[in-house]
Design a protein around this ligand. Sequence first.
Ligand code: TRP
Length: 338
Amino acid sequence: MTDTTFTPRVFSGIKPSGGLQLGNYLGAIKRFVGMQGQMETVYCVVDMHAITVWQDPAELAKATREVAAGYLAAGLDPKKSILFNQSQVSAHAELGWIFNCVARVGWMNRMTQFKDKAGSNAEKHSLGLYAYPALMAADILLYHATHVPVGEDQKQHVELTRDIATKFNHDYKVDFFPVTTPVIDGPATRVMNLRDGTKKMSKSGESDMERINMTDDADKIAKKFKKAKTDPEPLPETVEGLADRPEARNLVEIYAALNDVTPADVMAEYAGAQWGRFKPALADLAVSKLAPISSEMARFMDDPAEIDRILGDGSARARQIAEPILRKTYDIVGMLRS
Ligand code: TRP
């Protein structure tokens, strides 16, 4: 086996199902922006993943544009990063099929996200939902991506990607696919619900008060933070004191992530503070950081043709990387091209 070195390249994606919320921003988009310029960056709106559960067609198209608008509004620059939607690059589906034939059923059966989502009702879910981690591996490896910024909940899927790359390389006696590194860092890789700090903030939760949507205006953002659930104690003296206080910890981590500091820095400023002091400070900070993004998003959403143009252009550039890698994969596998 030869020792290939791979050019550093970042790939990540967000599923367009429902709207974007603070967890997508702090856990993904803000970090995507931070990696831009450091190495080649490819960011996808993974519409093919969205339909693993039913999506109304008009809603899917709108959600795809909304994720793209979120990328752009938060500072991803289509000149510096490749921004596109997955279904415009058919190589994803093609490599996904090859990986369906590399991944083992036993590996898929260990995926905790499928078990959590499907529960005891697995029979009623789509085959796509079960197989989707193999498509995710294709998304990543189609670009020979070396780094994948993701939230904690996707770590197991990146590990599966590594297993697929390793098995492919081993079975075909090549050193073709890189073994990708998941990049899980920063204070808010898991943003929790504002009404229940033990649950993840999600786009599908019942009450709008439990999440910050990336489209919320200044008033809504401030109101939601001021009404966020807390416990009766003031803030502790140290980060360790947050351990058994999920709501307090979540608000401190959100503050830290928004302000680009560590939770320890926040504690240095607010040790022992009452909520009456901390919450308004958090609300102000959040409004100053998020309200400009939500108004910029609204501006992009008013010009869907421009979003579509950017995605079309990004797709063409994505194909230039993806197609040679797919062709080489077919050669390795022994698919005749004539
Ligand atoms: N599965 C990811 C999620 O649900 C989205 C995703 C699809 C992704 N393909 C990817 C993330 C490739 C990183 C890299 O959040």
